[in-house]
Design a protein around this ligand. Structure first.
Ligand code: IPE
Ligand code: IPE
Ligand code: MG
Length: 254
């Protein structure tokens, strides 16, 4: 059902018949792992382990649908506040994920990217992440962008510092600071803004995620916990997105 609808939608786009395109860049705040585990009487880390399987499932489906960029919020700059055991587990997850999944990503022509302060990640995690980035650097299929130790306020603060430095050394004058210049100093500078943001687990907030980049993004929230999120939920989000009118402050004739 969804597949037929989706193919029709894509074809009509090519024919220039519709204003609303299928999302090129989907960003997901993967939330609710802890509550998923608690509901089952399991430790929180069991939710993170199950959440990793959801990541695989959703990466596969996004790739199959032809999504160009999938950004996944995996660890925030605020998540360091959690108990050490949980942080340690979360820090090891990227390595575990890549150990079992990198061959498939390579096979699928997916390019792995990371957005965030990698310097604070354990050495083994940095190594695994760098290997994945290197081995997929020439892939030109879907971009799988992990927000890892990412915080939007830190990202913006660092951008401001970078720009201030350029003004100080004379390579830039304040009048030349445009939105493009600011964007070029963000960690996402090589990516277009997300078209669709999904947050699971019923929380209706951004939790310091891509504050600049989400200015005109369409939001879709679900009560489903991330480990229970599946292909049908992704389809529902995409279908709802396609039914919206993005005006970007202008007027769209219907
Ligand atoms: C999301 O699930 C994963 C991370 C934030 C790393 P949570 O661990 O936040 O799960 P809840 O929100 O406590 O249920
Ligand atoms: C946001 O979820 C961060 C990630 C999904 C990685 P949190 O669970 O940390 O957000 P809050 O604390 O509920 O806002
Ligand atoms: Mg949470």
């Amino acid at each position: 059902m969804f597949d037929k609808w989706f193919q029709r939608k894509k074809r009509s786009e090519k024919g220039g018949l519709t204003f609303v395109q299928v999302p090129r860049h989907i960003a997901i705040i993967m939330d609710g792992n802890g509550r998923w585990a608690k509901k089952r009487g399991l430790p929180r880390v069991a939710g993170h382990r199950e959440g990793m399987n959801t990541v695989k499932k959703i990466v596969r489906e996004a790739d199959r649908l032809g999504v160009k960029i999938l950004t996944l919020y995996a660890f925030s700059t605020e998540n360091w506040k959690r108990p050490k055991d949980e942080v340690d587990y979360l820090m090891r997850l990227p390595e575990q994920f890549l150990k079992s999944y990198l061959p498939e990503l390579i096979e699928k022509n997916v390019r792995v990217m990371v957005m965030g302060d990698e310097s604070r990640l354990p050495e083994a995690t940095q190594k695994a992440v760098n290997t994945a980035k290197e081995k997929t650097a020439n892939n030109d299929g879907m971009i799988l962008n992990f927000a890892l130790n990412y915080g939007s306020r830190k990202e913006i603060t660092d951008a401001v510092k970078g720009i201030a430095e350029k003004v100080k050394n004379g390579s830039l004058v304040p009048d030349e600071i445009t939105e493009d210049i600011i964007e070029n100093h963000l960690l996402s500078c090589h990516l277009p803004d997300p078209d669709l943001l999904i947050r699971t687990s019923g929380e209706l907030r951004l939790s310091n995620f891509m504050l600049w980049q989400l200015a005109y993004t369409e939001f879709w929230f679900t009560d489903v916990y991330w480990p229970d999120f599946n292909e049908s939920h992704l389809h529902e989000a995409i279908q709802q997105y396609c039914g919206r009118t993005r005006r970007f402050g202008g007027v769209v004739e219907s």
